[in-house]
Design a protein around this ligand. Structure first.
Ligand code: MN
Length: 201
């Protein structure tokens, strides 16, 4: 039985328009995200086969493939829930206070997360995360799905900077796509992740 499954979206493919076209969202969810789910499940099977046979000669590649696909599945699952047809605006309460304290206020935070996302060289993500050791918010620039990440951080808000996320609609103008993403952010979801990450720490 497959351990990982493609989650359903809580909204229709067309409901994030005009910021995100229905064509892009359908491809992104039903093809790209689905491929990461399949890749994670297939690689788990291959790792089990390696254990059963005692042949670990392919382990380096399998570990890398596992990290890529599992992280892709995790980040996309967060991404869909971070977005909403009713999104936009700003957080309030303790999340807003933490953004003020750790990241210089909302406008400065937004500028850094936008810059982290638009500045990815190649494929990756801009991520707002909770770093439990220091007990603070951080912004990370993730390469592919799994590189340049501080171990232990919990992603709260993730912006997909892969070309498959925007190219059909925004062509080469990634900054315009990132600017429109802010209109979709569901701060209730981000706040729930923030609260859960802090209580887990
Ligand atoms: Mn993606």
């Amino acid at each position: 039985m497959a351990l990982y499954t493609l989650p359903d979206l809580e909204y229709d493919y067309g409901s994030l328009e005009p910021a995100m076209s229905g064509d892009i969202l359908e491809l992104h969810h039903s093809k790209h995200h689905a491929a990461y789910v399949k890749g994670a499940n297939d690689t788990l099977d291959r790792l089990a086969e390696a254990r059963d046979s005692g042949d670990f000669s392919g382990l380096v590649g399998l570990e890398k493939t596992m990290a890529f696909n599992l992280s892709g599945h995790v980040l996309h699952s967060i991404f869909w829930n971070n977005l909403s047809p009713d999104g936009g605006g700003r957080p309030d309460g303790e999340l807003a206070a933490a953004i003020d304290e750790h990241l210089g206020g909302f406008d400065t935070f937004a500028a850094q997360l936008s810059a982290a996302t638009t500045g990815v060289q190649g494929s990756g993500w801009g991520v707002l995360s909770w770093e439990p050791l220091a007990g603070r918010l951080m912004i990370e620039q993730v390469y592919d799905h799994h590189g340049n990440v501080g171990q232990g951080s919990t992603p709260l808000l993730v912006f997909d900077a892969w070309e498959h996320a925007y190219y059909l609609q925004y062509r080469n103008v990634r900054p315009d796509y990132v600017q429109r993403l802010w209109d979709l952010v569901d701060w209730r979801d981000v706040t729930a992740r923030f609260d859960a990450a802090r209580s887990a720490a």
